[in-house]
Design a protein around this ligand. Structure first.
Ligand SMILES: Cc1ncc(COP(=O)(O)O)c(C=O)c1O
Length: 374
């Protein structure tokens, strides 16, 4: 779709193509980032661009640990943190560490498309389970999906593509299930929480901490979305300070970081984010975009669950065949992604991290496409 966007823009002009296909943040990084970057550029100390311990700079890991201690009911130390090449790097580091060939990972759908590939990288097997009609966790379906090969459950909240934020109550229930299954198998079943959108939430909602809920847990995250730095490839993996066999697990993660080919997270960005942990882009700008899009689509007759976070909307396709509907939108130069790609046919994803004017001007196309079918 992204390539199609480029082709169509060349044909019809930039202003006449409404590209909602990619989660590439539109808002520029905060001014604090640019200030810190210029200070770091003038830092004449030696060894600033050299190799470092594979887990990352000690001071960056300590700063992240202090941040997590402030935001969770757990005390983190630098040894609980591995700096990674984005959230994607963090997920791969975690998966390589915990998975043996043919181990299963339970993933609620819809899910981030790359998860299947990440699992394949480490010979893991995705066990996809549906969610409820409001995209909350279907805990019965998760419970039924456990087998003796289950190594982990992988969740993503705020969710791409639905914008759903899982409630404290459903996460506690998930934690209870995981404890039960861990006891049944006599070994931990891990919870991995993919959280690059944690700070992008609306209407005062808070994302509950899985660290407070379940001991055998990991968080994978990045600064790609909340600081608008996806091209800079900076993130981290954090382990629950109370996880069993922590030293062995963290050693495995550090080795994975090295041998997956990343070696370490980018040096300059590790130094930059030390002073940016409490900073984020202006989230209200995304909330405004969500509200504009929701109001416009409601008036045209689209149905959707209102997103609580991230910058995606996942409406129902007005016809069963989401691929056909996405093609109909494409004919109006409105580019979206079919829900089947996220393991959830009958829907489509709109990434609304685009200028307000694109949302406004796209409404004619959204209107024409739905009128063809209803
Ligand atoms: C749910 C989810 N997880 C992970 C990633 C990867 O993030 P990063 O670019 O920080 O590797 C993305 C990126 O879009 C995402 O949406």
């Amino acid at each position: 779709m992204f390539e199609e966007g480029i082709r169509r823009k060349a044909l019809y002009g930039d202003d006449n193509v409404y590209d909602f296909s990619l989660g590439n943040p539109i808002i520029e990084p905060p001014s604090e980032f640019k200030l810190i970057l210029s200070q770091l550029a003038n830092d004449t100390g030696s060894g600033r661009h050299a190799y470092m311990p594979n887990a990352g700079y000690a001071e960056t890991r300590q700063a992240v640990a202090d941040y997590l201690t402030r935001h969770n009911q757990r005390r983190f130390s630098s040894s609980d943190i591995v700096m990674t090449v984005g959230a994607g790097g963090a997920l791969n580091v975690i998966l390589k560490t915990i998975l043996d060939p043919n181990d299963e990972v339970i993933i609620p759908s819809p899910y981030f498309v790359e998860y299947n590939f990440y699992l394949e990288n480490h010979q893991g097997v995705p066990m996809i389970v549906g969610t409820r009609s409001d995209f909350s966790l279907d805990l019965n379906a998760i419970d039924e999906a456990f087998t003796e090969k289950t190594k982990a459950v992988l969740i993503n909240s705020p969710n791409n593509p639905t914008g759903k934020v899982y409630s404290e109550e459903e996460l506690r229930e998930l934690g209870r299930l995981l404890n039960e299954q861990s006891q049944r198998f006599g070994r931990p079943v891990y919870l991995i929480s993919d959280e690059p959108y944690r700070k992008i939430v609306y209407d005062g909602i808070e994302v509950p901490s899985i660290f407070n809920i379940y001991k055998e847990s990991f968080v994978a995250t990045s600064f790609s979305k909340d600081l608008s730095l996806p091209g800079e490839r900076i993130g981290y993996a954090a382990v629950n300070p109370d996880i069993l066999e922590k030293d062995l697990i963290v050693d495995g993660m550090v080795l994975s970081n090295r041998i997956l080919g990343y070696v370490n997270a980018p040096a300059l960005m590790q130094r930059a984010i030390i002073g940016l942990l409490d900073v984020s882009v202006e989230v209200s700008l995304y909330q405004k975009k969500r509200d504009m899009l929701c109001a416009g689509l409601t008036s045209l007759g689209y149905q959707y669950v209102k997103p609580q976070g991230a910058f995606y909307l996942f409406p129902k396709s007005p016809i069963e065949d989401d691929v056909e509907f996405v093609s109909a939108l494409k004919e109006e130069n409105v580019l979206t992604v079919p829900g089947s790609g996220f393991g959830c046919p009958g829907h489509f994803r709109i990434a609304y991290c685009v200028p307000d004017s694109v949302i406004e001007r796209s409404m004619t196309g959204f209107g024409k496409a739905i009128k063809r079918y209803v």
